[in-house]
Structures are given as structure tokens and as C-alpha cells.
Design a protein around this ligand. Structure first.
Ligand SMILES: NC(=O)c1ccc[n+]([C@@H]2O[C@H](COP(=O)([O-])OP(=O)(O)OC[C@H]3O[C@@H](n4cnc5c(N)ncnc54)[C@H](O)[C@@H]3O)[C@@H](O)[C@H]2O)c1
Length: 355
């Protein structure tokens, strides 16, 4: 049941009366006690050392979760060894921001920026993007450190802790655990398959893109509704949701008069790939849940992001962000810069209508 990958030296043991996989479980309706103990080293297999302590708990229906704790919290409140029955509820009043997709291009820079601004930050990421790179034999132009090294380097350079939850937001059980554990005030959701060309390679990539993006976002909306109803969602859509209409693109809504009656309606969207269409579906689901459940959301349909450096990523080479310039994940302006630097003619996606 250990969906969460451990990166610090503390483990949470939580008992629940029902498994988290039941979507109707609301934290306020279940007994939920958290304990911590310290292992001398961070590896998960140190759990074996405490087998005698753990087994009676497991027999009594306790569920074991491995998760991360901020080192600062860890060192202030935990003893150096043995069981500790202190609550691990966060004592800090800092705003807590969950950055889904925080190992990616936009997410990493955002996580560092928010951490630098003294927000309590947790990264949630399945690391699937690193898998795509391996599968397609692609590589960031700038060498990027592993997510574990990135986070520990950030800690050593700034003294600030970023929590890490490795898992797939399409897995609602995992997502529920992260919400219960981190208790976000806001969620910034970057965690999607974000390449139009990737979504058009073949059927399996098209299906993956729509499933990953639409179900992931739907799960985030349900997690907010069930666990953190006041949490503000900031979701990255894309300018490409609008397509390239021959009239001005309005900010979300368009006032239309038809057969003598007038209404203000969502601006028509015309995604030009299965990826763009996945974003259109996300936007519809977000708008619907705002209306139906009162979800607080900002759905950004912004254009291409470019560049590689921020004040925070400049602090150490291990904090360096990725720069994609290949034909699948390379974004337009990054590609143009690299192509110009090596004297290669600038290339566009499709017929270049988006540029
Ligand atoms: N980069 C741009 O120029 C740009 C422009 C417009 C919109 N966006 C949007 O911003 C978001 C982030 O883009 P990016 O360029 O940082 O992409 P990226 O591929 O660099 O990062 C996405 C991250 O999300 C993770 N992820 C994907 N699916 C996940 C899942 N189901 N569960 C958990 N993690 C998952 C990946 O592992 C990766 O680390 C995307 O939604 C993208 O559509 C990006």
C-alpha cells in the first residue's frame, strides 16, 4: 500500500477505518491518527527493522504509508530514535501549495519560486515525462538532476524544504493520500502529457494523452471537493484550445446574438490535436465543477513558455531546468533559439498556423 515514495528519514503510519480507495471517504468521517518514527537512514527497507512494532498494528487494520516530512519539521518535533506518538499535523501557518507536475519544465521553476517566497511547497509527479524521454531517446539540452538530487540541493543551498510525493494523479487513492497528508491551500496543476506532436504519433499516445490529462484533472477536482473544498486550483491549459479562428479571441466568453436572442457563452474552442482537445475537455470539466460544486479555479490558457533560467534555478547547476528542443517536446521558441544558435532554418509545427 506504499504508493508514496519516501525521500526523508521519517515515515508516517496512519490508521484508517476504511481504505482511501473508497471515494466517499471524507477525512472528517474517519478516525485518522498519525504516528512517526525515525529510521537512521532514508531507505524504505529500514521498515524491516521495526517489523515487530509494525506487525501488531498491521494485524489491527492499520495501513502503512511511506511519505515525506519536511526536514525542518522533522528536526524540530521528532526524537532521534524510537516511536513518537506526536501528531504530524503541520504546525506552520505558511500557505501550502501543491505543485502537480513539479518535476517538469514549468513546475520545477514554479516550485522553487514559491518555496523561495516562503510558501510550503509539495511536488507531486509521476516522473512519466522522464520515461517518455527514455522511450523516445530524447534529452533536455541542459542536463537535469534527478528529482531527489534537485530537492536536496535546494535544501542545502537555501535551507528550504520541498516535500515530494511520487505517483500518478490518475490514481485517486494516491492523490487522496497526498491531499490528506499535505493539506494544500492551493494546487497548481501542471501534471499532464503536454506535447501535441506526441499525442498525434499513434493511437496509443492519443489515448494515453486524453486519459492521463482528462482523468488526472477530474481526479484533482474530486480531491478538492472531497478533501479541501476551499483549495484554489490553478490549472495550465493552453492558448491552443482556441485554435486559430478568424475573429478576435476573447478572454473565456463571447456574447452572441442568435435568432434575436443574446447570451454570453464560453468562447468556441477548436483544439488542433488530441493534446489540445484534452485541454478543452479539462476546461469544460473545470467550468462545470465551478458551477456545480463551487470549486475555486483559475484555468490559464496561455501561450508558449520559453527560456531556461530563473533566479532560483541559477543558484546551483543541480537546480537547472530542462530545455527541450527536439521535434516532440521542444516548444516553439526554445526550438527557434537553438536552431538560430546553430544556424539551422527555423521549423514550425504543422503548417505553422499557430506561430
Ligand atoms: N511549456 C509550455 O510552453 C506550455 C505552454 C502552455 C501550456 N503548458 C502546460 O503547462 C503544463 C506543464 O508543461 P511543461 O512544459 O512543464 O511540461 P513537462 O512535460 O515538462 O512537465 C509535466 C510534468 O507533469 C508530470 N506528469 C504528467 N502526467 C502526470 C500524472 N498523471 N501524474 C503526475 N504527474 C504527471 C510529468 O512527469 C512532468 O514532470 C502542461 O499542462 C502544459 O500543457 C505548457
Amino acid at each position: 500500500m506504499a504508493h508514496l515514495v519516501l525521500t526523508s528519514s521519517s515515515l508516517n503510519l496512519s490508521n484508517t477505518t476504511k481504505p482511501f480507495s473508497t471515494p466517499s471517504n471524507h477525512p472528517s468521517t474517519i478516525g485518522h491518527t498519525m504516528f512517526t518514527f525515525r529510521t537512521p537512514k532514508p531507505q524504505l527497507n529500514k521498515l524491516v527493522l521495526h517489523e515487530q512494532t509494525l506487525l501488531p498494528l498491521l494485524r489491527r487494520g492499520f495501513t502503512v504509508f511511506a511519505t515525506t516530512l519536511p526536514v525542518s519539521q522533522d528536526t524540530q518535533t521528532q526524537p532521534t530514535s524510537g516511536f513518537n506518538f506526536n501528531s504530524v499535523e503541520p504546525s506552520t501557518k505558511k500557505k501550502r501549495v501543491m505543485v502537480i507536475g513539479g518535476d517538469g519544465y514549468c513546475g520545477w521553476a514554479t516550485a522553487l519560486h514559491l518555496s523561495n517566497k516562503n510558501y510550503e511547497v509539495a511536488i507531486v509527479d509521476s516522473l512519466v515525462r522522464r520515461l517518455f524521454d527514455h522511450q523516445l531517446s530524447l534529452e533536455s539540452l541542459t542536463p537535469i538532476a534527478s528529482i531527489h538530487n534537485r530537492i536536496s540541493r535546494w535544501k542545502s543551498v537555501t535551507g528550504k524544504t520541498i516535500q515530494l510525493y511520487i505517483g500518478d494523479v490518475c490514481d485517486f487513492e494516491f492523490l487522496s493520500e497526498t491531499f490528506e497528508s499535505f493539506k494544500p491551500d492551493s494546487v497548481v496543476h501542471f501534471g499532464e502529457q503536454r506535447s501535441a506532436p506526441y499525442s498525434m504519433i499513434d493511437r496509443s499516445r492519443a489515448v494515453f494523452t486524453q486519459k492521463n490529462n482528462v482523468i488526472g484533472t477530474l481526479n484533482v477536482l474530486f480531491a478538492i471537493k472531497e478533501y479541501r473544498e476551499d483549495c484554489h486550483l490553478v490549472k495550465l491549459g493552453t492558448m491552443g484550445e482556441y485554435g486559430t479562428p478568424n475573429i478576435d479571441i476573447e478572454e473565456g466568453y463571447l456574447t452572441v446574438t442568435h435568432n434575436g436572442r443574446t447570451d454570453t457563452l464560453p468562447y468556441p474552442k477548436q483544439g488542433s490535436s488530441f493534446y489540445h482537445l484534452s485541454k478543452v475537455h479539462d476546461s469544460n470539466n473545470i467550468a462545470f465543477t465551478c458551477k456545480a460544486w463551487g470549486i475555486r479555479a483559475t484555468d490559464l490558457n496561455q501561450g508558449v513558455v520559453y527560456g531556461v533560467r530563473t533566479d532560483e534555478t541559477e543558484l546551483h547547476e543541480d537546480l537547472c531546468n530542462r530545455l527541450d528542443y527536439d521535434g516532440v517536446f521542444g516548444t516553439a521558441l526554445n526550438r527557434f533559439c537553438v536552431q538560430a544558435a546553430v544556424g539551422h532554418p527555423l521549423t514550425v509545427y504543422g503548417k505553422g498556423g499557430q506561430v
